[in-house]
Design a protein around this ligand. Structure first.
Ligand SMILES: NC(=O)c1ccc[n+]([C@@H]2O[C@H](COP(=O)([O-])OP(=O)(O)OC[C@H]3O[C@@H](n4cnc5c(N)ncnc54)[C@H](OP(=O)(O)O)[C@@H]3O)[C@@H](O)[C@H]2O)c1
Length: 232
């Protein structure tokens, strides 16, 4: 498989690169800082410097040409303000989707976030509201695209604890909780291997179902459902 990861130096992206490269897949990691190239190479991916807040779709299309799937794993990050929630979490995803369409790449896995598009809970600050709005708008953009076999994965709170291999994976709402970045990356690998599971929005937490079983059960439910079937 040939996979391009946007935000290739991110913590999920590096884990995903290692997993894919270890089994012989070809991975490109799109980064904006050339100083990150060594880490991306060490994870087994090929670094491509391309700032997704300033690139044009044609240039990104050149990067993704020939890929079987792209994974949007970029994010403005916790230290960023409202403006970059829009330019990264929304607009860079839209740009990657435009580029994938231009290049004829059908597979698109979006790392979104639980609660994307929902009204922010009382007491959350404006940066959180901008983040959850940007993620929701990026999701809506994907859902409008017939040319992409999109899949939206909404992890709960991310941790750097060691992976467990055990998840809860289902259409929202799944509840609240955490999931390790290791397990998010492993779930993305299993979803890339399950082309029947597309056009779905899925919440992801740590749970008690082996990742491959959780994904296989979704595949048995078909690709066009509401995502209401819970596997935990
Ligand atoms: N934190 C949570 O609890 C949580 C929960 C659910 C979902 N998520 C989402 O999960 C996704 C991945 O999370 P993570 O922890 O792996 O993220 P991360 O470690 O913060 O990585 C995000 C990556 O995006 C890159 N990036 C930012 N702007 C870019 C640009 N203009 N062009 C190219 N790359 C750019 C960053 O590069 P730089 O280092 O150069 O900035 C960074 O490497 C994010 O979308 C995040 O919002 C997070």
């Amino acid at each position: 498989m040939n996979v391009v990861i946007a935000g290739g130096h991110g913590r999920i992206a590096l884990r995903l690169s290692r997993l894919l490269a270890a089994r012989g897949d070809t991975v490109l990691g799109v980064i904006r800082d050339p100083a990150h190239a060594g880490d991306v190479r060490a994870a087994g991916a090929g670094p491509v410097v391309c700032d997704l807040e300033s690139a044009v779709a044609g240039a990104v299309a050149d990067v993704v040409t020939g890929a079987d799937a792209v994974v949007f794993a970029a994010g403005a990050g916790p230290g960023s303000g409202t403006a970059r929630k829009d330019t990264v979490d929304r607009a860079a995803s839209v740009l990657l989707a435009d580029a994938a369409e231009r290049a004829g790449v059908r597979g698109f896995v979006q790392i979104s976030a639980m609660g994307a598009g929902a009204p922010p809970a009382p007491g959350r600050d404006e940066v959180w509201a901008a983040y959850i709005r940007a993620k929701g708008e990026a999701e809506d953009d994907l859902r409008s695209r017939d040319a992409l076999d999109w899949l939206i994965l909404r992890p709960g709170r991310l941790t750097d604890d060691p992976g467990t291999g055990l998840v809860a994976l289902a259409g929202p709402p799944l509840g609240r909780g955490a999931v390790t970045r290791d397990d998010v990356a492993a779930t993305v690998v299993a979803l890339l291997d399950a082309p029947a599971v597309r056009h779905r929005t899925l919440d992801l937490l740590n749970g008690d179902t082996p990742i491959r079983d959780a994904v296989a059960r979704l595949g048995q439910g078909g690709s066009g459902g509401s995502g209401a079937d819970q596997v935990s």
